[in-house]
Design a protein around this ligand. Sequence first.
Ligand SMILES: Nc1ncnc2c1ncn2[C@@H]1O[C@H](COP(=O)(O)OP(=O)(O)OP(=O)(O)O)[C@@H](O)[C@H]1O
Ligand SMILES: [Mg+2]
Length: 621
Amino acid sequence: MPRPLQSFTKDASVTSHKLAPGTIRRVIGFARPYRRWLVAFLGLIIVDALVGAAGPLVLRAIIDDGIAEKRTGLVLALAGLVAFLAIVSAGLGLAQRWFSSRIGEGLIFDLRTQVFDHVQTMPIGFFTRAQTGALVTRLNSDVQGAQQAFTSTLSNVVGNVVGVTATLVAMFVLSWQITLLSLVLLPLFVLPAKFVGRKLADITRERYQLNGEMGQTMTERFNVSGALLVKLFGHPEAESEAFSARAGRVRDIGVTQAMYSRVFMSSLGLLASLATAVAYGIGGVMAIGGTLGVGTVVALTAYLGQLYGPLTSLSNVQVDVMTTLVSFERVLEVLDLHPMVADAPDAVALPSGPVGVEFDAVDFRYPTASEVSLASLEGVARLDTQSLDQILHGVSLRVQPGRMLAIVGPSGAGKTTIAGLVSRLYDPTGGAVRIGGTDLREATSASIRATVGVVSQDAHLFHDTLRANLIYAKPDASDDELVQSLRSAQIWDVIDRLPDGLDTVVGDRGHRLSGGEKQRIAIARLLLKDPAIVVLDEATAHLDSASEAAVQRALGLALDGRTSIVIAHRLATVRAADEIIVVDGGQVVERGTHEQLLALDGLYASLSRTQFSDGALAGVA
Ligand SMILES: Nc1ncnc2c1ncn2[C@@H]1O[C@H](COP(=O)(O)OP(=O)(O)OP(=O)(O)O)[C@@H](O)[C@H]1O
Ligand SMILES: [Mg+2]
């Protein structure tokens, strides 16, 4: 009988938790599509509990009316009834399982898909703040826990209430004296059980925690960058020692937990046996005196055996119910998170064809954690609500359709931030960003995605084949188109030499490809997508001159005829630009062409002497 134990291993502190208003109503809302199944499921549970309670009565009839009266026919018929009830009970069990798994798995599916879809709509700020691990836990264990509200918790409560009531009624009718006497023992058990239960809940929680820490160590040390760090700087012996210390604590607490569970289960068994002894003793004496039938004594003891488990379980029922409700609440909490950047109800599509980009006195600060995320997803009790520093101050710029703007500036000046605003990763806190004259806050996200193509500082590739990574930008692209775009991106030669060609698995940080190669793959992806506007965050890492030249040629093709904003670290790029703006401390401090800016002899001139990777001599160029 694992049920009562399970209920006592749950964290009893949940009962003091205050649920958000409306939680129960919403939980019921989730069950609505399954209401027919739920009714059938509960019906089966009630019938099953009643069938279980009928068993000892049949036993009594066999002994008192059959054996004692020597009525062979009746004994055989009742034995047949016992067999029949057993078969019915097994059938009911199967049917119950079918319903509960249908309902449970259905709910898991509903919750998971809703959470996944919702998280996808979250702005990038959410992902920079929320811990992915915590989010995955939400999708896995909390969703599992939540569905138990309608499967195990509900069925336990209903089944136990019906079973215990039927059993107690039958026992009282058979002999109220013995029933009362055996119930006197109950508090003697329930109180210590509460104590052991609290202890068990603590141990279980600590065990989860320790297991989590152990898993954390493994994932951190065994991912590519972690493993590399250990190889280069690590002390394998120290790592082993730290790990075995963690694993050792998991082992020790496992033993403690096993012993506490055993004590719990043994004392529950012991109590049932003691009560049975009482029933046999008093019942036996009464049977000798003729006031009680032998069959009744047997039936009473049989009832006692099936009474204590469910009663103990019910004594902790509020913990069970709250545990599942809290899980539900944690899932709802994610679903309630409002995306900061979302389509307006009357959003329009951006105009197609060549379009320009305009920043109109744009102010920006990054959102605080409390604006984009949930405290419970970050492993901290409270999110910092303190406003972060403003990053952009009144940035204005204008790129005509088909023209190229270069942004230069020292590290941390706000260049990547400006680029992010063009694809509406964030909304500006002041001023406006417009594409083709439409404010991005009034445009549909689908049309922004289609219009703006981005090649970022550190291009990401999914852990999948090259083909899959490329057609992500254009799902209906043919292999010919893929090859064409790879050719244009000056990377086809490299791919063609790979034994698996387009089927080579890349990603997992693209470890098989160099930085320059990865960037050219990203350019190929951009060419496939064929956007009207290109935003390019040039890699700061120095490339060797061969791949440098290849990237340069690829870029020439990628940018040709498109409106482009390029964060430039190379002289060759800035020279190709129609206009250059120099950003410092989130402000545009200089603007003009390369020659004009050199003549100004300000920040640009000094940057071009130190920062351009291909132009140490830029100052004299
Ligand atoms: N997600 C973020 N949350 C809070 N602050 C941020 C975030 N991203 C960047 N910042 C801050 O904004 C400022 C501008 O960063 P940004 O990435 O735009 O600089 P950058 O000009 O692109 O620099 P680099 O040349 O090194 O790439 C920096 O001070 C940075 O610390
Ligand atoms: Mg940057």
